[in-house]
Design a protein around this ligand. Structure first.
Ligand code: ATP
Length: 296
C-alpha cells in the first residue's frame, strides 16, 4: 500500500457561528503533489491551518507522517517587506533554529540574483518565491502551500507552477487552488471540497473517472435514427439518448464502455456510423457538475 504523508479523519471545525469543516476525511500520499480544490469559503485554509497546527480542530484526527516540521506558505505570505531576501531568510532560519543552506534554497527558488534586494521592491511573483523559500527553511518533508498562484500574472503563475513541480522530487506537496487547470496539470492526487465537505478525493485519474457519472458517447449516423431503434437502444443498453436526427449524444447510466456494443447494434440495423467517440469532460466541467449537484 502506498505510504501516506498526511491522514485527515472526520475533522470538524466551527468558528463561533460558522461550521467551516463538517467531517473532512482525505489522505495525501508520500511524494505526491496533492491539489486541494474548492471555491472561496470551501474550507481549504481552515484545513491547512489545522494541518500546520495554527488552528485546533473541534473533533476528528490528523496524522502527519514526518519527523520534520511542515513547511507552510499561508494565503498571505508572512514577509517583512523592509528586509532584503537574504536577511529575511536568515531571520526565519534563526526563528526556527534551522541549519538550512540558504544559498541552496535561493538557487532552488530562483532567488539568487535578487537575494540582496528589499522584498517590498520585488514583483509579486518574486515575493511569492520568497514565501516558498521561507517554507523550505525548516527543511521540511511536507510542504503546504495555500493558493500559491493567486493574484499573480500568467507569466509568474507559470514560473510558480514550475517551481512547485521541481520541489516534488524531494517533498510531498499539498497546495490549494480554485483553478482546476492547475490541479489537472500539476497534481497526482486531488481532493475537492465545498461547504466544508469533501466531494471527491483520490488519484487525479480516478477522481475524473468517478465524477463522470456515465460514459458519454457522441455518434453521427448517415441517416436519422428511427423512433423504434431509439427506444430499443435505450432499453437494451440502459442509456439516455439526446440529440436529434442523425447526431446522437448517448449517456450510459452504468459505468461501462458501451462503444463497441452500440456500434454493432447500429450496424446490425443497417446504419452507417460516420463517427463515434467518447466525450471527455475536463476538470472544469466536472467541478461545475459536482458543485452544482451539492448545491441542489
Ligand atoms: N476566523 C474566522 N472566523 C469566522 N469564520 C471564519 C474564520 N475563518 C474562516 N471562516 C469561515 O469558514 C469558512 C471556511 O473558510 P476558509 O477560509 O477555510 O475557506 P477557503 O476555502 O480557504 O476560502 P478562500 O479561498 O476564500 O480562502 C468560510 O465560511 C469562512 O467565512
Amino acid at each position: 500500500m502506498e505510504e501516506k504523508a498526511i491522514r485527515v479523519e472526520n475533522v470538524h471545525k466551527s468558528y463561533s457561528s460558522t461550521n467551516a469543516l463538517n467531517g473532512v476525511t482525505f489522505e495525501v500520499s508520500k511524494g505526491s503533489i496533492h491539489g486541494f480544490l474548492g471555491p472561496n469559503g470551501a474550507g481549504k485554509s481552515t484545513t491547512m491551518k489545522i494541518l500546520t497546527k495554527e488552528l485546533t480542530l473541534c473533533s476528528g484526527e490528523v496524522t502527519i507522517n514526518s519527523e520534520k516540521p511542515i513547511g507552510f506558505l499561508p494565503e498571505i505570505p508572512p514577509l517583512y517587506k523592509h528586509m532584503t531576501v537574504s536577511n529575511y531568510l536568515e531571520f526565519v532560519r534563526d526563528i526556527f533554529n534551522s541549519r538550512s543552506d540558504l544559498s541552496e534554497i535561493c538557487t532552488r527558488c530562483g532567488l539568487s540574483d535578487v537575494s540582496h534586494r528589499l522584498i517590498g521592491n520585488l514583483s509579486k511573483g518574486y515575493q511569492q518565491r520568497v514565501g516558498i523559500a521561507q517554507a523550505l527553511v525548516v527543511d521540511p518533508e511536507i510542504i503546504i502551500l495555500d493558493e500559491p498562484t493567486v493574484g499573480l500574472d500568467p507569466h509568474a503563475i507559470k514560473e510558480i507552477r514550475e517551481l512547485i513541480l521541481s520541489l516534488k522530487k524531494d517533498h510531498t506537496i499539498l497546495f490549494s487552488t480554485h483553478q482546476l487547470y492547475e490541479a489537472s496539470h500539476l497534481c497526482d492526487e486531488v481532493t475537492i471540497i465545498n461547504h466544508g465537505k469533501i466531494l471527491k478525493t483520490g488519484k487525479i485519474e480516478d477522481v475524473k473517472n468517478d465524477l463522470v457519472a456515465g460514459e458519454v458517447i457522441l455518434i453521427e449516423l448517415d441517416s436519422k435514427l428511427s423512433d423504434e431503434d431509439r427506444s430499443e437502444c435505450i432499453s437494451k443498453f440502459n442509456v439516455e439518448i439526446s440529440g436529434k436526427e442523425n447526431q446522437l449524444r448517448i449517456v450510459s447510466k452504468e459505468k461501462a464502455d458501451l462503444r463497441g456494443e452500440i456500434n454493432r447494434f447500429l450496424l446490425d440495423k443497417n446504419y452507417i456510423v460516420s463517427s463515434l467517440k467518447s466525450e471527455e469532460m475536463d476538470l472544469e466541467q466536472i467541478f461545475q457538475k459536482v458543485t452544482s449537484n451539492i448545491n441542489d
